[in-house]
Design a protein around this ligand. Structure first.
Ligand code: CP
Length: 302
């Protein structure tokens, strides 16, 4: 049976740990011809820099070939071809499909149609599971553990698909604490809070975080997702609500790391970049190794 990765909950805790192990192996030895003779389709119906390029780097380092598009305007979607027909056909060409799409649920739909594995590279405001696995790899590399961490999620927790997937994955580990810092209209959706309540996991909601920042092990900053707002005035009201400045990090824990899935707009001031607690560019680099691991695991190459 083919193995897809659509939601982070498609993998078990043991599989998360296996991905961490494999990512470490790929970081130590990135060039391995495990995809020799295989073709991977990279279908990006929505813009991307990191996810697309790190997937394509991962595939190249594994010796595979890439087909696809970075811009749906260059595909027959512009002529009215349905997602159903696109996937049906591409799964006849490729051994694996990596897809980003603006619609929530599009990746699950593609997986149902495709005869080859599908990896969700982000579907609307829903899930971004491969980002989560690289986030977890970044956390375990910097903290030495995935247990007992106080995780601050800051910014657009409503539309930010990366925080939804990360919350679900980290809730599988021992004794996490979540602090959600968001303006009223961008709070963590109820379904994710219920998930934590059912597991007896503590979470706290705030509109400010200057007073509590000293408790954080991880600060996960997010961009306010302009493209998900139907009303531009609502976006204008919240776009600058949280800006992390270097001066705010003075009394933080020595092990603190600042993560961000990127791209950032202005939510992390550039004066933070030189602080040793800033980890977001290393985090993006870890994406190549985590995605090599995900491909190897889903295609049973190791
Ligand atoms: N983190 C992330 O998904 O970045 P891109 O949108 O550039 O792929």
């Amino acid at each position: 049976m083919k193995k897809d990765l659509i939601s982070i909950t498609d993998f078990t805790k043991d599989e998360y740990l296996r991905i961490m192990e494999l990512a470490k192996e790929f970081e130590e030895n990135p060039n391995q011809d495990l995809l020799k003779g295989k073709v991977v389709a990279s279908l990006f119906f929505e813009p991307s820099t990191r996810t697309r390029l790190s997937f394509e780097t991962a595939i190249s380092r594994l010796g595979g070939r890439i087909i696809g598009f970075a811009d749906p305007d260059s595909s027959s979607a512009t002529k009215g071809e349905t997602l159903h027909d696109t996937i049906k056909m591409v799964s006849n060409y490729a051994d694996l499909i990596v897809m980003r799409h603006p619609l929530e649920g599009a990746a699950r739909y593609a997986a149902e149609i495709s005869s080859v594995p599908v990896l969700n590279a982000g579907d609307g405001a829903n899930q971004h599971p491969t980002q989560t696995l690289l986030d977890m790899y970044s956390i375990v590399k910097t903290q030495g553990t995935l247990d007992n961490l106080n995780i601050f999620m800051v910014g657009d927790l409503k539309y930010g698909r990366t925080v939804h997937s990360l919350l679900q994955a980290m809730s599988e580990f021992e004794n996490p604490i979540f602090n959600f810092i968001a303006p009223d209209i961008l709070q963590m959706p109820r379904a994710y809070k219920l998930h934590l309540e059912e597991k007896g996991i503590r979470y706290f909601e705030h509109e400010e975080f200057t007073d509590i920042i000293s408790e954080a092990d991880i600060i996960y900053m997010t961009r306010v997702q302009k493209e998900r707002f139907s009303d531009p005035i609502e976006y204008e009201k919240v776009k600058n609500v949280y800006i992390l400045q270097n001066s705010m990090l003075a009394n933080t824990k020595p092990n603190l790391k600042i993560l961000h899935p990127l791209p950032r707009v202005n939510e992390i001031s550039t004066d933070v970049d030189k602080n040793e607690k800033a980890y977001y560019f290393d985090q993006a680099r870890n994406g190549v190794f985590a995605r090599q691991a995900i491909i190897a695991h889903t295609m049973n190459l190791k």
